[in-house]
Design a protein around this ligand. Structure first.
Ligand SMILES: [Zn+2]
Length: 251
């Protein structure tokens, strides 16, 4: 059983106080999360005064063994019909889907370069709102052939899998909970929006299960020969997608 924690929306305009609280909890339990860093934030939802020390802080995370993920480019969201996505999603917002493969490749290159300039090397990518399309995956596969390899933190499955030449580390749930089936599970947090009770719940969970957590890079190394998604994987993906739809769509 492998659990992994993912923190979304790190940028200079993040809520530094909440992120600090998250970091101290993770340090206490020696958890190394995936941290999704927005290369050049333009999302009006993240409104705190820009932290001048942000990039230095991010480099410290990398040194501690946190997995650095490229999280979009500007995190600027557009309206999109909730179809045509690579990974089924009910969301009507996207930064990536609908653009040409060339444009998405340029966006990826730009984001990757910005993180590199700040001393970060992303090994993972994930799109805002889980929304991206075939062209995004094609562009990531192309980056891989150039030596800038990233797996995608997304997808409905119990284990990492491979599709169209790109590796996926699935994300089934947001809130951590004990799971009956063996697998690799990523739990997703948005520290900017966390409340006191969310921190308390997380701490309580880590008290019991911290030993089951690995960093995303460690998990991906373990699944070195990642299998293709296959028909069964596709069926699992569809079932989970429809169950999520019944539970209510999330943006
Ligand atoms: Zn985000």
């Amino acid at each position: 059983m492998d659990y992994c924690l993912r923190l979304d929306d790190a940028c200079p305009q993040m809520n530094a106080e909440k992120w600090k609280k998250m970091e101290s909890i993770l340090d206490e339990y020696k958890i190394k999360p995936i941290v999704g860093v927005i290369p050049e934030n333009r999302d009006p939802d993240f409104v705190s005064v820009a932290d001048e020390n942000f990039w230095g802080k991010a480099c410290e995370w990398q040194k501690k063994g946190w997995t650095i993920a490229l999280h979009g480019l500007h995190h600027e969201l557009y309206f999109h019909e909730s179809r045509g996505y690579y990974q089924l999603s009910h969301s009507r917002k996207t930064e990536w889907a609908g653009r040409s493969s060339t444009e998405q490749y340029e966006m990826l290159k730009q984001g990757y370069r910005i993180l590199k300039e700040h001393g970060l090397t992303p090994t993972c990518f994930f799109a805002p709102c889980h929304t991206y399309d075939k062209a995004t995956v094609k562009a990531i596969a192309l980056m891989k052939t150039e030596g800038d390899s990233m797996y995608i933190s997304d997808g409905y499955a119990l284990h990492p899998y491979q599709r169209d030449g790109v590796y996926f580390l699935p994300t089934l749930f947001d809130t951590p909970h004990k799971l009956p089936m063996q697998g690799a599970y990523t739990f997703v947090y948005h520290p900017n929006n966390m409340q006191e009770q969310d921190f308390a719940y997380l701490e309580d969970f880590l008290k019991k299960y911290a030993s089951l957590f690995r960093s995303a890079d460690e998990i991906m190394e373990k699944y070195d020969s990642v299998k293709n998604q296959g028909i069964l994987g596709k069926i699992i993906e569809l079932v989970i997608y429809f169950l999520r739809g019944i539970k209510g769509s999330k943006e």
